[in-house]
Design a protein around this ligand. Sequence first.
Ligand code: ATP
Length: 437
Amino acid sequence: MSSDPELFDKVVNLCKRRGFVFPSAEIYGGFRSTYDYGPVGAQMLRNVKDAWWRSMVQMRTDVVGLDAAILSPPQVWEASGHLQNFTDPLVDCKNCKNRFREDKLDDPNTCPNCGETGTFTEAKQFNLMFETQAGPVAGSGAQAFLRPETAQGMFTNFSNVLNTSRKKPPFGIAQVGKSFRNEITPQNFVFRTREFEQMEMEFFVPPADAQEWYEYWCKERFDWYLEHGIPEEKLRLRPHDADELSHYSSGTSDVEFAFPWGWDELEGIANRGDYDLRQHAEHSGEKLDYFDQANNERYTPHCIEPAAGATRTMMAFLMAAYDEDEVNDDTRTVLRLHHRIAPFKVAVLPLSKKEDLIPTSKEVLALVQPRYMSDYDETQAIGRRYRRQDELGTPLCITIDFDTLDDRAVTVRERDSMEQERVPIEGLVGYLSDRLD
Ligand code: ATP
């Protein structure tokens, strides 16, 4: 496993330098581990979420989408168990006054900040949910929470979806969106933040088939990361030990990535039994089950949940794609991103700013822009513009030069090999489609 502390700094610097991720409210000194996604970061994050949605919803007939509210009443979190149990153990160091999550300490008696031993307070259970109030009047009925996961929206809408989508078990409900956790120690850039995005799916199955579907989704989700360009040696599927499992789970596995600090979670796949639907049925008084007409039986479906982080996965894609190679005695930085994840698929680059080249360059842009997210850049030496696109992970650069005016062909340069090929403008769309679709 690679452990490259320099890689972390290099990726964080690249993110700032090229407009992937900025510290939030930076002009005011930043705000507590929150981040803003810049022009290329916003595009890349969108691509991560689109790639997930494509695999999980678009390409399947047994999963439908949902976009549920972020604000929710306490009843939801009472039923789900979050109000009582969504806590982390918090300890204070009496010497340096820093706070830590006890379960993440290498040594539970030694402060990692000041190095003193035996200075921790007793662990307190700290609830991670952000609480707020809906409406101008405080008091009962106004209490609200920002969701700490997207999953509960799928359980509370189980009947709505069942009654409107013509699906029956086995079927899933998928959602992508923001979640909020008041993490005690947000850390490692966008790996652990208080505001983040999740990509979650609840897959409802007949109880007898739950184990089989659990294994199916473990494989399916692991393969998704491979298909989108993370090398196999940087990924592993780690089944939880019995003492790590929540009381309702009969199996959980994490997809882990080799981050610069070690293996860490990208996604958890859990066999949650009928816990969630039963809890909500009990607390709401509504029936949340399924009547199987073929077998004349009513049952509460069991649920398999693949729960991934979009922002955390974007960071893993960046870490896995970052590379440096030597070109003409110079170090080239390149993001070897899968084309579906890369912010731009193509860059249209007139060789120079000379006026003769601009109409044809704009013609080429008009051809590719409706089909592929494209960058257009006409200033600086062409070599520097190629380097910039390499750092953004753009798979293909299209250069319009003076020969283009005679032969109506452009040069297409491939990011990883840097090989160049002459392609007629007339055949360009077909050529790009072979490479990118
Ligand atoms: P951890 O043990 O790291 O706190 P978790 O096991 O509680 O995480 P889940 O509740 O299973 O995480 O959430 C599913 C996914 O959501 C995680 O695998 C991760 O990718 C993402 N996620 C969870 N918390 C955060 C966070 N604070 N910042 C960014 N992503 C997060």
